[in-house]
Design a protein around this ligand. Sequence first.
Ligand code: HEM
Length: 241
Amino acid sequence: MQHTLNRWPARLDLLQSLSGLLLVLFIWGHMFFESSILLGKDAMLWVTKMFEGEHLFGQPYPLLVSAAAAIVFLLIALHALLALRKFPASYRQYQRLNQHVGSIRHLDTTLWVVQVITGFLLFFLASVHLLVVMVQPDNIGPYASSDRIWSGRFWILYAFLLLVVHVHAGIGIYRLAMKWGPFSAATSGLWRGRIKLTVYCIVAFYLCLGTASLVTYMRIGAEHAPYAGERYDPAIHGAAR
Ligand code: HEM
């Protein structure tokens, strides 16, 4: 009897890894741009204008930012759809998983469960942020962002999002490295330790960078609170207000 090999599970697995890799690279890049506020308000304004295409076209096109956010949103939707295949689908499956995790006490299995939980939380946390960026792309800048974060109380969302997205990205990249990395069975144990340590350092770095930026936006927002809600126009106010 001839068996036909179904290649689809492998293809979907590859697509999930690829979409995950792109999202990790995106969020790591995003952190550098967004933390330009640490270099000052002018630096963040320059980055904002760059994404609006002003340095290239001579005038800002905030729709470019909406388009970028829409692409990231679609990528997240694809990644989440592919990941849903692996979520426990019933209470019984969930109970078995829980027993399994408790009995074998295997760190990588525990990390997988953390990945499922953080992934689930990202459905909500990332959607709120992306919706704001998509519908108000012109409302980004040193003061607009700080006002949203302080007077609009978005720091609450960002504090959770920061932690959740970096834990998810860190575990994700660790799993990708272990899954696709060119290690032999003999050396994989050695590499596992090295990769784990590297990923811990990367996650700690981004959490520190993100916290420092968030606190800076909050400080600027608190100082600027009396003017929050006024339409900010860089052409009139300059970066200083
Ligand atoms: C093209 C899409 C995106 C754009 C243009 C964008 C832009 C921004 C901007 C301008 C801020 C500063 C605060 C504000 O203005 O509200 C910010 C903060 C933040 N964004 Fe995004 N973002 C995008 C996608 C994402 C995604 C997909 C995630 C994670 C799933 C994310 C996670 C965060 C986090 C955690 C913060 C707070 C960072 C901190 O604590 O310093 N962003 N983003």
